[in-house]
Write a protein that binds this ligand. Structure first.
Ligand code: Y12
Ligand code: CO
Length: 173
């Protein structure tokens, strides 16, 4: 399966992803194909809609303290739902679908998430720190929400101006 990253302002990023009903070979192929796409771009989280697949699938691979990303730490979530959330944290986020732009976003500090693994087994995770932020960022993708949608009006305006300029420069180079 040959996947590539969908970039803003592609309208597919606004789509709401559908619940996965079949935990079959096709799901496994999607998950297997997403991982190299994410790591090749130094990503730590990727939702299926970011590769054009509108299904409730996401992957996360939080680096170790020394920055190394090991595949043993890969988390695959299918049909994730946040069941409890608490606290508040601010982190400068980036997104593979919004290249070269980073901005502070406020999120819940701790989340509890119910999800299914690739075989349909139900799991629960309690997350805080970077994992919590990444989970919330990726679940937003499944709802058609980007981190830039969470910026203030002024910040969003600034982003649109800078991003347009970046796309223009990219096109002419
Ligand atoms: C904290 C905040 C946000 C997340 C969501 C997952 N985000 C990413 O994985 C972002 C990755 C990223 C990687 C980049 O590097 C390359 O593309 C080589 C990047 O740089 C450029 O676009 C130039 C931007 C974002 C998880 C946790
Ligand atoms: Co993203």
């Amino acid at each position: 399966m040959n996947l590539s990253i969908v970039e803003y302002p592609d309208k597919r990023l606004k789509e709401k992803s559908l619940k996965v009903e079949s935990f079959d070979k096709n799901l496994h192929e999607i998950l297997d194909a997403m991982y190299p796409v994410m790591t090749a771009s130094n990503g730590i989280g990727l939702a299926a809609i970011q590769v054009g697949i509108a299904q409730q699938i996401l992957i996360l691979n939080i680096p170790l303290e020394d920055g190394e990303q090991v595949s043993d730490n890969l988390i695959e979530m299918v049909n994730p739902v946040i069941t409890h959330k608490s606290g508040e944290t601010v982190y400068q986020e980036g997104c593979l679908s919004v290249p070269s732009f980073y901005e502070d976003v406020t999120r819940f500090e701790t989340v509890y998430v119910n999800y299914q693994d690739r075989d349909g087994n139900t799991k629960t995770i309690e997350a805080d720190g970077l994992l919590s932020i990444a989970i919330q960022h990726e679940i937003d993708h499944l709802l058609g929400i980007l981190f830039i949608d969470k910026l203030s009006y002024a910040r969003r305006k600034k982003f649109e101006k800078e991003y347009k300029k970046m796309l223009k420069e990219k096109k002419s180079s």
